[in-house]
Design a protein. Sequence first.
Length: 230
Amino acid sequence: MKTLFNIFSGKGFKKKNTIKPKIIIDYREKNSLVISELVSLGLETEIKELKVADYIANDVAIERKSVSDFINSMKSGRLVSQLENLQQYKDKLLIIEGIDEQELYSDDFSEEKRGMHPNSVRGFLLSILLKYRVPIIFTKNYEDTARFLSVLSRKKARETPLNPTKKFHDKKEQMQYILEGFPGIGPKTSRKLLKKFKTIKSVISATEEELRETIGKKASHMLKIIEQKF
């Protein structure tokens, strides 16, 4: 009797290699419950010394603060230097953890409690967003923090276009827009170039002398970009 191939046995199929997302964690966070939660969520973690941030996930630098640590680091000035250091990264985040467990705006800001006036906290939060350009995420607890980091680490990076999407009325306007990407070339200069050379190809193929006759000193800046390797 012929043995039938069991399609459910798994034999004959190659197991797909799945790479776990990796989160790099500063060694000073080693006692945080966030780490064990990340492991339980199926993430790979690496603990090492980070000069900047507490976590690096998907090339994003993340500074994590409990509510009390956030207030204390505000008062000591430590948070300001940490925010300045975060500027080394293109993408960064500040996580303020535990808003379900502790009040961010304390009504008791007496000397005994060493709290801060609610408006001082609000003002500092605005500085973080507007001056330092660091987005803020408020999480309920360590589990919520870990879930945010998990989602972030699995998120695929999408390439952002250098220029915003623009609707063009005709081909001539589109040609002008392409030339306006060069330094010092505005709408007036781009029209002048197109009137002289007729096509973008002719503009790019022109010699420095030919370009100088039309746009003067801007020609050398334009040629630098044309000849620059990516």
